[in-house]
Ligand binder design. Structure first.
Ligand code: SDX
Length: 428
């Protein structure tokens, strides 16, 4: 197989190296393109065909529906690991030993407090503020309380910043929820596990004992694992490009939260439930909504369907769909929108429009149904996605900085006005 690609521009031929990844993926390395061709660049809106980096963290095969974190299959991790183990593997490169996991857990517990002054910032938000906006702001505000930027050349400094954000993010997420609910903030309990403590901070009523529910703890732990990383998605690319200017870890993650909020990305889990509710209100007429999704004149899209990379079933959607049946069954909940979702999926899988475009359910299609069954309000679905994606963002930021990647600064093709003389105000 040729190790180079040949490009011909204006009658001149140029050769560029082809690089091959550990899973035999090929990419044309065009680092030298502009210099070699006297200014010719490439253009690829949405970067559908363009790799931004080489990474050792997560592998996706969209055609076959494969997802692996650090070489471990998502199916194995979701079934056999817990969220902190997976977070450790994503960030530091492999599953932790018992000692490493215990230290990671204890170091996170030691940092699981948030400066009381952060409450004053939280108080400034109206109850109606969307928790993703609150979370992005509070995460950015953490910089003010932890001003020293991460010295990436110091393993210890990097580790301390990582455990800080892993510890404080669940507190901020729970506080954003309690603010909306008009509930007093809860400080957690470091005798509890990571996920159990988060759920206590979210739901414990001030006048009641906190009662743990293993079904809910296990379901949330699995959902966080399934959301933990997904290579160079929109929000992760945001974290990497903000971090490439050597902005700090907390600032980069704050930017990632804002990118995830969009309904085409992490905001889709909230949009799916709103769509399913609308269909239910509309008498369950899924055919009408399938028609809207296919009508180019209608901006409506079937939320939770389609994916930039997966042109087969999103493996996470398969796992979440099974978990939805299990969790609702275990909790004795009958949610009509689950049946509507399954009906939509069946129709779409047989519909030529969706088949031709390889549109399958993605991670967001069923996740909201479980969150809702677990008592999580719709506006908190995307913050839950962010809580799961946090270790992935950290891992990708750390890899980008340790590999000393250059500042991200894409080129463009200018299509505006060519030179024109200035006109004085009276002459315009
Ligand atoms: C996530 O990147 C990641 O890995 C993201 C993520 C992660 O873990 O980080 O997996 C999480 O963001 C999942 C995606 C959640 N978003 C949604 O569910 C929103 C609905 N889906 C779409 O908007 C869309 O499918 C995207 C945004 C997910 C992907 O869009 P692309 O890759 O840019 O594809 P496209 O918009 O060019 O669509 C190709 C065709 C178009 O039709 P034609 O112009 O070819 O006729 O498919 C159509 C689109 O109109 N299409 C849809 C559709 N998704 C694509 N038509 C109806 N309903 C849809 N959902």
């Amino acid at each position: 197989m040729s190790q180079t690609a040949t490009l011909e521009v204006n009658g001149n031929k140029y050769e560029f190296p082809i690089i091959k990844g550990s899973e035999q993926e090929l990419a044309i390395d065009i680092k030298a393109l502009r210099g070699a061709t006297g200014g010719v660049t490439t253009i690829d809106p949405g970067y559908k065909n363009t790799g931004s980096c080489q990474s050792a963290i997560t592998f996706l095969n969209g055609e076959e529906g494969i997802l692996r974190y650090r070489g471990y299959s998502i199916e194995d991790l979701a079934e056999k690991a817990d969220f902190l183990e997976v977070a450790y593997a994503l960030i530091f490169g492999d599953l932790p030993t018992k000692e490493q996991l215990e230290k990671f857990n204890n170091d996170i517990k030691a940092e699981a407090h948030v400066d009381e002054d952060v409450k004053r910032i939280l108080d400034g938000f109206p109850k109606s503020a969307h928790p993703m906006g609150v979370l992005s702001s509070l995460t950015s505000a953490l910089i003010a309380f932890n001003p020293s930027s991460v010295n990436v050349d110091s393993e210890e400094d990097m580790y301390q910043a990582i455990v800080k954000i892993m510890a404080k993010f669940p507190v901020l997420t729970a506080w954003a929820h309690r603010k909306r609910m008009g509930m007093p903030l809860d400080y957690g309990d470091d005798s509890l596990g990571y996920v159990e403590n988060f759920l206590k901070m979210m739901f414990k009523k001030p006048n009641q004992e906190y009662k743990k529910n293993d079904i809910i703890i296990n379901a949330i732990d699995k959902l966080l694992i399934l959301h933990a990383d997904h290579e160079q998605n929109c929000s992760t690319s945001t974290v990497r490009i903000v971090g490439s200017s050597h902005a700090g870890l907390f600032a980069s993650i704050s930017a990632g939260i804002s990118a995830l909020w969009g309904p085409l990305h992490g905001g889709a889990n909230q949009a799916v439930i709103e769509m399913l509710e609308a269909i239910k209100e509309d008498g369950g007429d899924t055919k009408k909504y399938m028609g809207k999704a296919k009508d180019k004149a209608d901006p409506f899209r079937l939320m939770g369907f389609g994916h930039r990379v997966y042109k087969n079933f999103d493996p996470r959607a398969k796992i979440i769909k099974v978990a939805a049946d299990e969790v609702l069954g275990d909790l004795g909940i009958v949610d009509p929108v689950l049946d509507i979702a399954k009906g939509l999926e069946q129709e779409a899988l047989l519909d030529q429009y969706f088949v031709d475009r390889k549109l399958y359910p993605n991670v967001d299609f069923y996740s909201g149904i479980i969150y809702r069954a677990l008592g999580i309000p719709t506006e908190m679905f995307t913050p839950m996605f962010a809580l799961g994606r946090l270790p992935g963002w950290i891992a990708q930021w750390r890899e980008m900085r340790l590999r000393k990647e250059p500042i991200g600064r894409p080129r463009q093709i200018y299509i505006g006005e060519t030179f024109r003389e200035f006109k004085n105000l009276n002459d315009r």
